[in-house]
Each structure stands twice: as structure tokens, then as C-alpha cells.
Design a binder for this molecule. Structure first.
Ligand code: AMP
Length: 420
């Protein structure tokens, strides 16, 4: 231990657990890449105004959870608390939407920052893989994204997750509902902060986790009863497409999500083995976001899946990913001369695409063979003075224990053959 520790609410990813994180990112990204989504990377920080306008002035994310900073040059920046606003900003800046190929389909992977109260599954630094489909209003696109997330989770072996689905209406019908909800909420017995929330963002009150609040919400007007015909038809189509794809979901009319930009389709993936931080991923349609950040009208839909919580979900289900050992060959030199020669062999193997590692530090046979074992390598190469004098190395099969002398000049070819 040094004088320093990882900051509160953060943790380090170290081997071997870190390999699972990489595999999870890859499992989520693979179906996206195979479905026409291109990779995008944006800066870790943005102009704070982008999030204030995009995510919403009244959301917890913007009011309480953003890491903001003023640069020496006087710029007001924020570490990104989420990905959608940045990705849309970048797509607009690069004019991707004008290239004549809508929707613009993008995927990303990275670190996000929220100043939250840390607890199991909730961190101040976490990692997401996300997808956005920009510029098209088509229920098939909403369905595609939900199906791809479902496919990603299933490919990891996850089973105990559920998909919650809702529609938040659009700019026609949501204001009407909003007013009806506000009228209802104003009559309830609520604290000062929640009363303020009624005026700024009443839908968020539905999301309140406190039991005494939830009890009063039983008879709250339901958004479903206020959806306009266009929103209803759109939502029905999304539901039908999911059903046709064999993707099981639950209608959840309380699902409002913590970001202001959502319209119509919203969804969340929840995992039942995670306790209170059960949302492993979420997303929805955000038809108005582009205009909110000064862009043209570009109806879009997307999601972000949390990598940290997905790993916790794997652990909760007792799933161990089949992660092959990365090292195939482990070289153990005995003596100075052998060290030079075997290191040359290892370099050659690596250049030939065979994963190889080396016993550094001039260690004895016993300790070095222990490391060879731990590395998971299928083969060990051992050589001492006498082997070198005969121009051979000892090739040991770590599974069977069998050992044979192989001429130095043939080691690479022999290993290539054995490793297939
Ligand atoms: P959100 O943008 O809040 O819907 O977040 C999308 C996903 O990111 C969530 O479902 C979580 O898996 C993950 N996530 C969000 N906030 C955190 C956090 N503070 N710690 C860990 N994961 C998070």
C-alpha cells in the first residue's frame, strides 16, 4: 500500500478481474459493429452548458452530480456524466447527419463521472458502452437497439434480467399529461424539494423511491391514458416488433428515467441479483435533443449499458466467462547464454503471432516453472547450457507433462503446428 488510495467512489481494475471488463465491453460492442454501428470517441469533458441544456437543468445529474471545473483559460467544463449529449454534439459538429445516410448509427465505450453517494453498484467513476441511432424516426430502429442489447446480455450468459418498457409521449401529448400530473401532485403531502420538482419536472416525482411518496402516487394520472394516437401507434409497433423477435419485456408506466431528453420509447434493463442499483442499462428515444443543443430536428434513439453493473450481474448469476489464457508459451532460461538465446526465440514466436512470455530476472528452475504454470501457458520452453551445446531446447507440454528436445531452428514451426 502506498500513501494514496483510489478516490472515494472509484476503484481500480486489475488482473484477473479486469479481463472480464474487457470481455463485457467486447460482448456489448460486437452485435453493434455487426449491425452497422460505427465507433465514435469524444472527449472526457465538455462545455458544461451542453449537459445543462441536453440532460436537463432540473435533473439530479446536472444539479447535484456533475464534476464541473473552470479552466485556467476561464472555460466552464464538466466531466461527462453520460454519453448521448456528447455523441450527438460530435455527430452534428462533423455533419455526419448531412452525409445522406440516415440514421447515423454510432457506438462508444468509455468512462463517465457522477458525484453520487457511493454504494454497491454505484460509483463516481463508471464505464458504459453505448449506442445511438441519429436522425430517423422509425419504430424498427427502437426495436433494433433493444434487441441488440438483449442479444449482448444473452451472449454473456445473463438470464436474470428484465426489460422494462414505456412511452413518454411527444411534444404534442406530454405537455397535456404534465399539466394533469402537476394538478394531481400539488394536492399531495410532499416536502419542499419535491414540491419544487413538481413545477420543474413533475414526471421525475413518479420516480421517487420513498415508500411514503409512492403510496400517494397510486391514483396519479397515467401517461398511457394521455398518449396521442401517433405515439400510441408508434409504441404498439415497437412492442409488436419486440414480441416478433422473441424479446420478452414488461410494460412499466412508471419508468421515466433520470434524464430530461427522452420522448416516446424509454426502456431499462434491470437485473434481479443486484439489490437497489438494479439498472444495468437504459435508454430511449430523444427526438428533441438535437434542437435543445442548437441543432436541426433529428429524431434519435439510443442506450447505454453499464459495464460495472454488468460485471456485477455476471457475478450475481455465478457466470464465469470462458476467457482463454493469453499466454501460449512460457520460456524458462537457465543461465546467461540461455537467457539471450531463449529471449530471441520468444521474440521470434511473438512476431509469428504466438503469445509467449519469459521468466525474467534470472530465476531458478523451480520458481520459473511455477510462473509458467500460473501463466496458463500450454507449453514451456526450457534450455540450459547443455541443451544449447546440442542446439536444442526442451519443449514441455504443461498438460501432459511430456517433454522432448526440439532443435532450436525448428521450435517456432513445431509450436505453430502444435498450437494449430
Ligand atoms: P443512465 O444514463 O443513468 O441511465 O445510466 C445507464 C447505465 O449506466 C445504468 O443502467 C448503469 O448500469 C450505469 N450507471 C449509471 N450511473 C452509474 C454509477 N454511478 N455507477 C455505476 N454505474 C452507473
Amino acid at each position: 500500500m502506498s500513501t494514496f488510495q483510489a478516490p472515494k467512489g472509484t476503484y481500480d481494475l486489475t488482473p484477473p478481474r479486469s479481463a472480464t471488463f474487457l470481455a463485457v465491453r467486447e460482448a456489448i460492442a460486437a452485435p453493434l459493429r455487426d449491425s452497422g454501428y460505427g465507433y465514435i470517441e469524444t472527449p472526457g469533458f465538455e462545455n458544461v452548458e451542453l449537459f445543462a441544456r441536453g440532460v436537463g437543468e432540473s435533473t439530479d445529474i446536472v444539479t447535484k452530480e456533475m464534476y464541473t471545473l473552470t479552466t485556467k483559460g476561464g472555460d466552464q467544463l464538466a466531466l461527462r456524466p453520460e454519453g448521448t449529449a456528447s455523441v450527438l454534439r460530435a455527430a452534428l459538429e462533423a455533419n455526419l447527419h448531412k452525409a445522406g445516410n440516415l440514421p447515423v448509427k454510432l457506438w462508444y465505450s468509455g468512462s463517465y463521472y457522477r458525484y453520487e453517494r457511493p454504494q454497491a453498484g454505484r460509483y463516481r467513476h463508471f464505464s458504459q458502452v453505448g449506442a445511438e441511432a441519429i436522425g430517423t424516426e422509425d419504430p424498427v430502429l427502437d426495436a433494433e437497439l433493444i434487441i441488440l442489447a438483449d442479444q449482448a446480455y444473452r451472449s454473456l450468459g445473463l438470464r436474470q434480467f428484465r426489460i422494462l418498457l414505456n412511452s413518454l409521449g411527444d411534444k404534442e401529448c406530454r405537455p397535456v399529461y404534465r399539466e394533469a400530473l402537476q394538478t394531481f401532485l400539488r394536492d399531495l403531502d410532499l416536502d419542499e424539494e419535491t414540491r419544487r420538482r413538481i413545477e420543474i419536472n413533475p414526471l421525475r416525482v413518479l420516480d421517487d423511491k420513498r415508500a411514503d411518496v409512492q403510496k400517494q402516487l397510486t391514483d396519479a394520472p397515467k401517461l398511457r391514458d394521455y398518449l396521442c394516437d401517433a405515439c400510441k401507434a408508434y409504441h404498439e409497433e415497437v412492442r409488436a416488433l419486440l414480441t416478433a423477435a422473441g424479446v420478452v419485456y414488461e410494460d412499466d408506466e412508471k419508468l421515466v428515467r433520470g434524464l430530461d431528453y427522452y420522448t416516446r420509447t424509454t426502456f431499462e434493463f434491470v437485473h434481479d441479483g443486484l439489490g437497489s442499483q438494479s439498472a444495468v442499462g437504459g435508454g430511449g428515444r430523444y427526438d428533441g435533443l438535437s434542437e435543445m443543443i442548437g441543432g436541426p430536428e433529428l429524431p434519435s434513439v439510443g442506450w447505454a449499458l453499464g459495464v460495472d453493473r454488468t460485471v456485477l450481474a455476471l457475478e450475481a448469476e455465478g457466470i464465469e466467462l470462458d476467457l482463454p489464457y493469453t499466454t501460449s508459451v512460457y520460456a524458462v532460461p537457465l543461465g546467461e547464454e540461455a537467457r539471450r538465446v531463449l529471449f530471441g526465440v520468444v521474440t521470434g514466436l511473438r512476431r509469428a503471432g504466438i503469445a509467449a512470455d519469459f521468466a525474467f530476472g534470472g530465476r531458478g528452475l523451480k520458481g520459473a516453472m511455477k510462473s509458467a504454470n500460473r501463466s496458463g501457458a500450454r507449453y514451456a520452453l526450457v534450455a540450459g547450457e547443455r541443451d544449447l551445446a546440442e542446439g536444442v531446447v526442451q519443449l514441455k507440454d504443461m498438460e501432459s507433462g511430456e517433454q522432448s528436445a526440439v532443435p532450436l531452428t525448428e521450435v517456432a514451426a513445431e509450436l505453430a503446428k502444435r498450437l494449430g
